[in-house]
Ligand binder design. Sequence first.
Ligand code: SF4
Length: 152
Amino acid sequence: MIKYIPELTDIVLEEIPDRVSLAVEITNCQGNCPGCHSPFLKRDMGEELTPEAIDEMISSNFGVDCFLFLGEGADPDALREAALHVKTSHPGIELALYSGRENVEDWISGLFDYVKVGPYRAECGPLNERSTNQRLYHHGEDITSRFWRKNR
Ligand code: SF4
């Protein structure tokens, strides 16, 4: 099972370039980022991210074209099932994952259109800082530099 925090679900424009993303905060984070900005996400809290919950979120947010998992949770099989549900039931919507790990498994790279990797290190800054240690990939291509335009 993976859980999310319904109250924090939001439409975001900055996290994935050129996409209107439905961002869902996944709890039970197994990461250990040295500069963790959301320690509460490590707790076992929130509601189960069921297919019905996914359908409801997408249908009530017309216009989104990306479903963004902010975190992976602690159950890879449940993560895969949720992602596959989005892909098969909502084919016009791309899949994105923000992972706090250095690397992800091949099945994740193959399933998600966008994957962010790298633990958050406060001294390096987030994706929109050129000094960041994090990377965003789109189908295997590193597109991190697209976040840096405003900082030139
Ligand atoms: S991925 Fe890192 S920053 Fe995000 S909740 Fe987990 S430990 Fe904290």
